[in-house]
Ligand binder design. Sequence first.
Ligand code: COA
Length: 332
Amino acid sequence: MFHSKIAGVGHYVPDRVVTNQELTNYMETSDAWIQERTGIKERRFFEEGVDTVSGMAANASKMALEKAGIEIKEIEMIVFATLSPDYAFPGSGVLLQRILGLPGIPALDIRQQCAGFIYAVSVADQFIKSGTYKTILVVGSEIQSNIMEISDRGRNMSVIFGDGAGAVVLQQTSDPDKGILSTHIHADGTFAEELMLEHPGSKRKERFNNEMAAKGELLPVMNGQLVFKHAVQRFPEVIKEALDANRLSTADIDLLIPHQANLRIAEYIQKNLGLRDDQVFNNIQKYGNTTAASIPLALSEAFIEGRIKEGDLICMAAFGSGFVWGSALVRW
Ligand code: COA
């Protein structure tokens, strides 16, 4: 029986650092408000002509491949999670495939927003378990600074989200003591409109027009309090589901990497599960919420900082727009 291990992890962020203080130039907000409600101190914004979602993904992927000691040509499939593809269509997976020079291999885009990376890992894991492929590149990459309005009108969302990318190389292993132990994915479309970007969707006759732009209808909308309420319920639930499925307990977790939605959410999860500070990794302070990129970006930094050792039990969990949520348990 095969399963997959994380052979390497990498990340990439744009150079431009945008502090909370800088945001006060464009909207009525304060460093204190943002830090108190979200924990965020700064985030990265892309520069047009320098960074693209597929280009950032390629940079993160090259780092993951280097860490894994695997050559690009060994990749047999790309699974790409993003809510902000380079083009409305085709997806960014094919663009990453083109940049990496891998014509012919399948490239699949996953659109599960903040849970996109967990869904992507889950899909890739099934292809490896079935014996179809041995080496799969799983990527999360986002440019969100240009779908927010950096103004009073967009301030409830634009202070939270940032740009960045992360990637892992999943590789087949027959070592029963190592790798992805299980993945758990869920959705509840009841709340689809509570965190969404309606346009340019296909529902209306005109996908977008100046009137929509003037009314602010081309901006994402978020019912922040409802999202918060559901997130703090679903995160512990899906983490416990993963632990139960493997007959493990919260005490066994060496490092929890929650999707970096809001530091207050991560602190709530930590308290709810009775985890110590050293059992949880957060880097939202530096990057804000990078949606599908947040978990591999955090995983990569945790690895570089020496927070992950061979044999550690790593738990990754996410919740986001859909609502969609999920977890993955990994023996490193
Ligand atoms: N700066 C200053 N004030 C702001 C602000 C900003 N950037 N954004 C909103 N406000 C104001 C609101 O206008 C509101 O003012 P009012 O009371 O005069 O109407 C007040 O702050 C409180 O707004 P509210 O939305 O109730 O704040 P909150 O305490 O719920 O915090 C979030 C807002 C977004 C930080 C919080 O709801 C949250 O983090 N939710 C989860 C979001 C999330 O994780 N999304 C991603 C999911 S993956």
